[in-house]
Design a protein around this ligand. Structure first.
Ligand code: MRU
Length: 321
């Protein structure tokens, strides 16, 4: 059965709690926009397109509960700073001619359905770049859990696999929150796609050993010059790929583009809680007093990206969208 990170069910947003996967498949029942804000902040839902869809349904809950659209929009906007899909979805709802529950719910449903369609188109466009027998390195989770379904970078892998191409995935663990080890591995197993999980630090020597044929990552925000923000560690993979002569691809829908920004230097990078690094499963592993810098994302310069795969086609350097 296809994986969905959230389902609108009558008057409730049911959400698969990604904080406890794969150990538990727990469904949250969100009834207020504040509960959606909290779910995005604490990463019960995460991944750029998925938080956009969640925020859209958060606006629907706000309209249903008689909250003001500006106030709800502001609270949802403040939930996470880097992925532009969040603001794109909230702005789309805010610009509806009327603020009533039926209209907002119908727009939220449209945002969800369009994201799924875009991901299938990204998968189709990207799968043509993947050759039979390739070993593909990916990072974080860009699959159904991170989107309305099918995935972005994962969507390319998904479609290539569905096409019957013999491919194999190396999935980076993705410290500190381990989206690769916990979530991508869970999805790859469910889809029956052959893979190995690797520690983030293993990528360099594996490239040197000729074990990686391409890298595909998602994005949280893409600037006008192709600079792409994605999960922390993505930039390192791009530098490594360049050094080893391996193609490096980004896959993202048009809702991830922020063409108002000339370059990636202008993308706000989220700084997350130190405990994500100092603790594992709630147990302190760093000595008391350790100071931590925990940026959740980094920016890969466009000149390190060989292709940006979107639902509208595949772009190459120099980027002009
Ligand atoms: O902090 P997260 O888990 O929300 O970060 C997610 C990523 O970095 C993904 O690669 C990105 O959102 C693209 S998801 C299709």
């Amino acid at each position: 059965m296809s994986i969905k990170p959230m389902i609108w069910d009558d008057s409730v947003l049911r959400m698969l709690d990604q904080r406890v996967l794969p150990a538990k498949e727990t469904w949250l029942e969100l009834k207020t926009s504040d509960e959606v804000v909290n779910a995005i902040k604490t990463m019960a839902v995460r991944g750029a397109p998925a938080i956009g869809v969640a925020a859209a349904y958060g606006m629907a809950l706000a309209a249903k509960n008689g909250e003001g659209r500006e106030d709800a929009g502001a609270r949802l906007t403040a939930s996470r700073p880097t992925a532009v899909n969040l603001f794109w979805a909230i702005d789309r709802i805010k610009s509806l001619p009327t603020w009533n529950f039926d209209a907002v719910l119908s727009e939220a449903r449209a945002i969800e359905e369009e994201d799924l369609a875009m991901n299938h188109a990204i998968g189709r466009n990207g799968a043509d770049l993947i050759s039979e027998g390739w070993n593909i390195l990916t990072v974080c989770n860009t699959g159904s859990l991170a989107t309305a379904g099918h995935g972005t970078a994962f969507g390319v892998i998904h479609t290539a696999h569905d096409d019957g191409k013999r491919i194999h995935v190396y999935s980076c663990e993705t410290r500190p929150r381990q989206q690769g080890l916990r979530l991508t591995a869970w999805e790859l197993l469910r889809e029956g796609i052959p893979f190995h999980s690797i520690a983030d630090g293993a990528a360099a020597s594996m490239m040197r050993a000729g074990k990686i044929d391409c890298v595909i990552a998602g994005a949280d925000r893409i600037a006008a010059n192709g600079d792409s923000a994605n999960k922390i560690g993505t930039y390192s993979l791009a530098v490594l790929a360049k050094h080893h002569g391996i193609p490096f691809f980004i896959a993202a829908p048009s809702s991830t583009f922020d063409l108002r920004l000339a370059s990636g230097d202008l993308i706000p990078i989220e700084d997350r809680d130190a405990a994500e690094l100092t603790h594992i499963e709630g147990v302190r592993v760093a000595p008391e007093g350790t100071q931590v810098f925990n940026p959740a994302f980094d920016v890969t310069p466009g000149d390190l990206i060989d292709a940006i795969i979107t639902e509208n086609g595949v772009y190459h350097r120099p980027y002009a969208f």
